[in-house]
Design a protein around this ligand. Sequence first.
Ligand code: VG1
Ligand code: CO
Length: 539
Amino acid sequence: MIQTIATTPFTDQKMGTAGLRRKSKVVIQPNYVENFMQSIFNVIGDLHGKTFVVGGDGRFYNDKAIQKIIKMAAANGVAKLIIGQNGFMSTPAGSNVILKNKADGGFILSASHNPGGENGDFGIKYSNASGGQIPSSISDKIYQETLNIKEYKICNIDDINLSELGTQEICGMQIEIIDPVKDYVEMMQKIFDFSAIKKLFQNGFTMRFDAMNAVTGPYAIKIFEGILGAPKGSVVNYHPLPDFGGLHPDPNMVYAKELVDFMFSEQAADFGAANDGDGDRNMILGKGFFVTPSDSLAIITDNFKLIPAYKNGIYGVAKSAATSTAVERVAQAHNIGYYEVPTGWKYFVNLMDSNRITFCGEESFGTGSSHIREKDGIWAVLFWLNIIAATGKSVEDITREHWQKYGRSYYVRFDFEGVDTAIADKLMLDLENKLSQLPGKTMEGFIIADAGAFVYNDPVDHSSTKNGLIIRFTDGSRIVYRLSGTGSSGATIRVYLERYSKTNLSADPLKMLTEIFKIAMAISEIPERTGKHKADVVT
Ligand code: VG1
Ligand code: CO
């Protein structure tokens, strides 16, 4: 039944910040998924006795790609696959299943927060036995392999029915179909005070969770409405759809518009939240109030004692360089370790494995802890509910009190999308060369303290990564520039701005950052070079 099929390489199978992401139209080409998967299997080497976890966020092509992966894994000698029922599994649930079963790795079929459907994107995230996505040293090897691939192995059998739970054997490989929600719920119950949150809802507390027609719907229904007793209808857009119902499943102020409008209306619930396509991102809202992901990480860290699983202490905390410095002040206050890493969750994995950190987060709506090795959308929502249940305070009060205590980091990200790749690369190169001349200069009344590339030297594996450019001002304000590594066409220039104030706590973030924005544009020449005088997305 095992066939060896001749193939020719694709030249664009390099993984980005989090796995491979391409237009669906590209991925559905004959042999595209096959080449990529065979390259991974070749780099792993001997697959005998190995177990992998497979699932996806249910987007267009999830069903087809998963059948190919199953048949190829069998043909390549994999011992066992643990598969999410109907081929579904969120990214955080997948990480948990890998760790719980001591599997050798896993594949989540998702392009995360990118739109799905025939005209959207498809992707594959590859994790190893750590439960986190592979480091660049391995993805580089896989990319080299994709450029040289000549053949792949596949089992010539009918498609497998993925709807029935249980174990079966296909082509000499064992497959176990599991309910991915069950394990995930059990894990959450071990971390948080479910009975306190349940009481909160019994006392009339209201919430709205927007699953954005993506993978977290079934998890959210089970946890929030089922176990915790949130009123029916609290979870919306909970049916995972192949095109996410046309939504862009990125939980931010721009793309989660329906939820934002509701939470800023007269009918607003006490608490609002959304997750992204594959369930690893989260947005937290109060009544007419938005919590930036950078503040959310700081607040979560400051309140660790309220949560059963962390009450006896946490190791340390880490953030991506582009994330605001709010959590740094909390780490100092609690005298715990503090780390700054490049953008991408894979950089947190070594820090968690070596007990250097417990919490970590990114400005891009990602928060998580060492319970798994991925960011975790529902975990973050439960963390906030647990803080609210323990303190009896609203989202807004919790956040404002945090600012009173630590001061406020005003923070906004500007994305310039669809920029010609050559123009974007040249812009970043020229900018980097210019940075050494900036320290000491005064612009718009702000004095530049230092400027340079962000370089991370991993304290565990001693790898060195350069990611983004940072300008720091004497008052603590910062500008970070990066090119996105998750797009599927053209380049996106991300500009992250931050300004700190100890006393001015209720200003409009965009107003606070007016001068810093002007400086960021003047130094980088983004308007002149890209023709864009305004960002495409502001979050
Ligand atoms: C973006 C975010 C980054 C995040 C990554 C994956 O990457 O900025 O913080 O880790 O997406 O998120 P980039 O390179 O486009 O800036 V997701 O929810 O995969 O999985
Ligand atoms: Co995601």
